[in-house]
Design a protein around this ligand. Structure first.
Ligand code: CTP
Ligand code: CA
Length: 228
């Protein structure tokens, strides 16, 4: 039996992870979503559990198995994801926001399936912006006191470092992780750019699980030392 002897660097921590896309309903059979696979977030949840943490994983609609030992809460929309994360945040010591939250949702969701009217007329959809879940949690008193260490992600198509540094400031998080392209959604490997107040650091291309293990180790190094 293969075994991983991972240092239990997350012993005593409650790690909250969001993963996957959200799905914003247009009507009972249609909606708006994105191509996030959830693989990176699930790998982080698994790695945090291996490192000895209690782990809660809030997952958008993905077809991935729950990592062993991880408590999973399934959600669909951004508003459901926000409610689930905010319910867990008060007991968490680390929040890793790996979900690809839909930026907008339809302004109104129809209770009945929208029908073609037979004339070729197309429906007009209007949207409202979803709340920024990470920025909200990062602004909470516990996060400001670093009792809850918040980690954001950024998927950018260009100028990753500039955008990631700006995003870190905008979200008010101590650590922001950029996905180094090209196109990471659905892939099994990735490379990460870690941006914190010290500067930037690259985790070179590797499988998502080894990368998640390195990221968990990097997060644990940044946690406040608790003196008993
Ligand atoms: N995020 C969030 N709630 C949102 C949008 C994003 O919590 N409504 C989180 C994501 O989980 C991620 C981080 O914020 O950790 C950055 O998401 P990203 O989509 O890269 O940034 P946005 O602020 O949405 O900006 P844009 O998509 O325009 O680049
Ligand atoms: Ca976005």
């Amino acid at each position: 039996v293969a075994r991983h002897f991972t240092a239990k660097v997350m012993e005593g921590q409650h790690v909250l992870v969001s993963a996957g896309p959200t799905f914003e309903a247009i009507d009972p059979v249609r909606g708006l979503t994105n191509l996030s696979s959830g693989k990176m977030g699930f790998a982080i949840a698994r790695a945090a559990h291996e490192a000895g943490a209690r782990v809660t994983l809030v997952a958008g609609p993905v077809g991935l198995p729950t990592p062993r030992g991880v408590a999973r809460i399934d959600v669909r929309s951004a508003l459901e994801m926000k409610a689930a994360l905010e319910a867990q945040a008060p007991t968490a010591s680390v929040f890793v926001s790996a979900a690809a939250v839909a930026d907008w949702r339809p302004a109104t969701s129809q209770q009945e399936k929208i029908k073609k009217d037979g004339t070729g007329q197309v429906p007009t959809l209007s949207f409202v912006e979803n709340p920024d879940i990470l920025a909200g949690i990062a602004a909470s008193p516990r996060a400001r006191r670093r009792e809850l260490f918040c980690v954001g992600f950024a998927a950018e198509s260009h100028d990753l470092q500039t955008h990631a540094q700006a995003k870190r400031a905008r979200k008010g998080v101590p650590l922001l992780v950029g996905n180094i392209g090209p196109e990471t959604f659905g892939k099994d490997d990735n490379a990460l750019l870690l941006v914190d107040e010290q500067g930037v650091q690259e985790l070179p291309r590797a499988g998502k699980l080894p990368l998640a293990r390195q990221l968990v180790a990097e997060i644990s190094r940044r946690l406040p030392v608790v003196v008993a």
